[in-house]
Each structure stands twice: as C-alpha cells, then as structure tokens.
Design a protein around this ligand. Structure first.
Ligand code: S3P
Length: 431
C-alpha cells in the first residue's frame, strides 16, 4: 500500500495512542503463567501483540474481548501447564515475542518451534540463546541457534549470573522469565538501564525480586502467582510521532492523553527538551505498576545536540524519528553508541540515510549512529519503508514537514505497532 503524506499546516488536537506494546507482550505472557483470571485494559491491539497472543492461545491460553473490545479477559494456565503446540508458533515480525517466549519455553516441559517472517528470521537470537543454554536450556536454530526458526525442548534450568554485553530489555526479560523456572538465583547485570517493564510487573505481582542499580535478581522455582487486573497506558514510542509533528509544524498544539512515562522510556522527551522543545508533562495520580500522564507539545525552535551512551537505550526506538527532527534543528545532531539500530526490523541506520537522502537530506552515516546538520528543508519525494513500522511512521512525519509531500511505499507495516496510525494522522492534519 502507498500513502501520500501532504505537508501539514497548523495542528491543534487532543488525542490518545494505543496501549504500550512492550507492556502488552509481558502482560499477556504473565496472565498465561498466572493461576486464575486476569483482565487487561488498554492492551495494544497491534500485529506484534497479536503474534504473542496467538502463540499463547496455541499453548492453551483462553482469551476474550469484553466491554466493546476495550478489556481482554484471560484465563491463566499456571506456570508449568503450557500445552505442547502441535504446530509451529507464528511469531510474525515480533522480536519481543520470540525472545521473551524463549525464556518461558526453556522452563516448560514441552517441545516448541517458533518461526517468524523474513525480517524476523534475519534477526540475531544468540543474545538470548547463549545465556539460556548456560542455564541448561536445549535450543536449536539455524546457524547453531543464531537465527530463527528456533526449536526449544524445555527442561530443568539452573540460575546464572549474566552480564549483558549490550543493554537489551528483551535479553534481560528472557533470562528473568527463565529464572522463575530455574533452581537457585538468577541475576542479570546491565551496563546501563534498558526498559524495566518486566521488573515493574514482577513487583506488581509480588514475584520475589531484588533490584539494585542495573542489577536484577530473581529467586527460581517459584510456585506461581494469582491472576491480576492491569490498565496499560498509551505507548510513548507511538506518541513520539505526534510529539515530533507538534514540535515541527507551524502554530501547533498537540496534547496526548494517558501516555506511559516510565523513566527507561522517556529519553525522547528529555532529548527534545534539551533541543529546546516546549513540552509540558502532567503526571496522572492513577495507581499501577507504571507511571503515566498527559504530554502537551507546542511548536518549538530546535537546536542540534549530541546523544550517546546511557541515553541511547532510553530512546532506541525513537532514533529514526530523531533523524527527521534533526533536519529541522539548528546545528549538528550527532547520535553515537547506537549500533543496535542495525539489528532492528531493518538496519535502521542504513534505512534512515537512504530515506532522507531520497528526500534531499544528507546524512553522515557512522558505524554506530549518524550525524545530520540542520536546518535543511525536506523537499519531498518517494520513499520505501523497508517494511519497518518505525521507518514508515518517521517518514510520515517527514512528509508533514516537507515542501511537496512524501509518497510512502509499504505503508501498511505501521500495523506492527500502531493500528489506527493513518486515521489519527488524517484527523490531525487533514490528510
Ligand atoms: C523491547 C525492547 C527493545 C525495543 C523493542 C521492544 C521490549 O529491544 O527496541 O522495540 O519490549 O523489550 P532490545 O531489548 O533488543 O533493545
């Protein structure tokens, strides 16, 4: 599907974005492992989360939608009662599904195979396979477990202490999930903090855990935990596209309601404020495992900055969008220490450089990041999404601030994380 994104004029809107995708994956998995009934409100109805749901349903989870599709009701099976799948588990495009489920399946007494789409089956798996093998897991895959499809024969695991080479919430979470099934203690230590939704949900469910700095420790062989009720806030990574649009389109004011404000995810807001953006955050006083609130953004004059090191995991998914923002900021914006971008749904450093160059902007490509000198007008033109939802939505924002508009190819991939994106964008800027 091709979509033409016209240059936008003033945008004055209040809107909401779908629930947080990372929290939804974890909530679905934990509701399956729980004893009894759970309800999840505000879950993200995106393709990636439906991949997780489909895999869990194949292994016995019962789930139904109630209250006009707003609330998902789930009947948990208990930690060790997953049924052996009699077909291949379809993880689609979702790295979070295959990596987190690997940790859970390693401790189940069943055999399971997970297969993804073409993009997923090129993404590295050794980062979870190696530590899980150290815990005793039996895992097979292409190139000795480096690439999906991945086959797992669950068996008895033993706790390990693992220092992750690169901060990754998917790796940390896979090991922590496996740790709940293992004998003894499992420890994960990171050099800087990756998103901590797994830990926050473990605390919410009173699963014993010790967190000190970037070190997390869980006790293994737990008996189980009861079902739970959870309300999931909007996904800040989805809100980011409208925050960027609000900052860069003239005479604009966009308020996004009920967005998750977990500190490990708000790096994008911090960076925008450092670049000079006019952002007001109103925290909500609702209780739950995750903080949330409203974000108000007004048209802002931006300047370039350096983004590096510990800041990177806190905005890793927003870096393609930041490249678009950098084109409108005065001076150089330099991102380093973001080599992980090369292992996402596509090589995002390459894709950003190709797309922006197709729109008339020069990007200085680095091994582990990029440099863009602004302000530089985005002329417009035709770009590909590379089948990557975050590249597609970043290019939509580029279209809004372009002179002649952008024709985006393969625009349907936004469904991977943000169903309804085109409708909200159309409503916001009269597409
Ligand atoms: C995610 C973690 C991040 C992120 C991905 C979702 C998660 O990946 O890029 O979109 O839900 O745990 P890494 O853990 O590989 O950095």
């Amino acid at each position: 599907m091709e979509i033409f994104i016209a240059p936008a004029k003033s945008i004055k809107r209040r809107l909401r974005v779908p629930g947080d995708k990372s929290i939804t994956h974890r909530a679905l998995m934990l509701a399956t492992m729980a004893e009894g009934e759970s309800t999840i409100t505000g879950f993200c109805p995106c393709a990636d989360c439906y991949s997780t749901l489909a895999c869990l349903q194949i292994m016995g989870l019962r789930a139904s939608l109630r209250n006009g599709q707003e609330t998902m009701h789930l009947s948990g099976m208990g930690m060790r009662n997953f049924s052996e799948p009699d077909c291949i588990l379809p993880v689609g495009n979702s790295g979070t599904t295959i990596r987190l489920l690997s940790g859970i399946l390693a401790g189940q007494n069943i055999f399971a195979v997970m297969n993804g789409d073409q993009s997923l089956n090129r993404r590295p798996m050794l980062r979870v396979v190696e530590p899980l093998r150290h815990m005793g897991a039996l895992i097979f895959g292409r190139e000795n477990g480096a690439l999906p499809p991945i086959a797992i024969q669950g068996r008895k695991l033993t706790g390990i202490e693992y220092h992750t080479p690169v901060p990754s919430a998917q790796v940390k979470s896979a090991i922590l999930f496996a740790g709940l099934y293992a004998k003894g203690t499992t420890v994960v230590v990171e050099t800087s903090a990756s998103r901590d939704h797994t830990e926050n949900l473990f605390s919410y469910l009173e699963i014993p855990m010790i967190r000190i700095g970037h070190r997390v420790e869980v006790e293994g062989d737990i008996d189980g935990f009861p079902g739970f009720n959870l309300e999931i806030p909007g996904d800040i990574s989805s809100a980011a596209y409208f925050i960027a649009a609000g900052a860069m389109t003239p005479d604009s004011r966009i308020e996004i309601e009920k967005v998750g404000l977990n500190h490990t995810r708000t790096g994008f807001l911090d960076v925008l404020v450092r670049m000079g953006a006019d952002i007001t955050i109103t925290p909500s006083d609702e209780e739950g495992p995750e903080p949330s609130g409203n974000i108000l953004i007004r048209t802002s004059k931006l300047h370039g900055i350096d983004i590096e090191g510990e800041q990177v995991p806190r905005l890793i998914d927003e870096l393609p969008l930041l490249a678009v923002i950098a084109t409108q900021a005065e001076g150089v914006t330099r991102v380093t220490g973001a080599g992980e971008l090369r292992f996402k749904e596509t090589d995002r450093i390459f894709a950003i450089a190709e797309c922006l160059s197709d729109l008339g902007v020069t990007v200085n490509v680095l091994d582990d990041g990029f440099e863009i000198e602004g302000p530089v007008p985005i002329k417009g033109g035709r770009v590909r999404s590379y089948g990557d939802h975050r590249i597609a939505m970043s290019m939509a924002v580029a279209g809004m601030i372009s002179k002649d508009g952008v024709m985006l190819e393969d625009a349907e991939c936004v469904e991977v994380s943000f169903p309804g994106f085109w409708e909200i964008l159309g409503g916001a800027c009269g597409l």
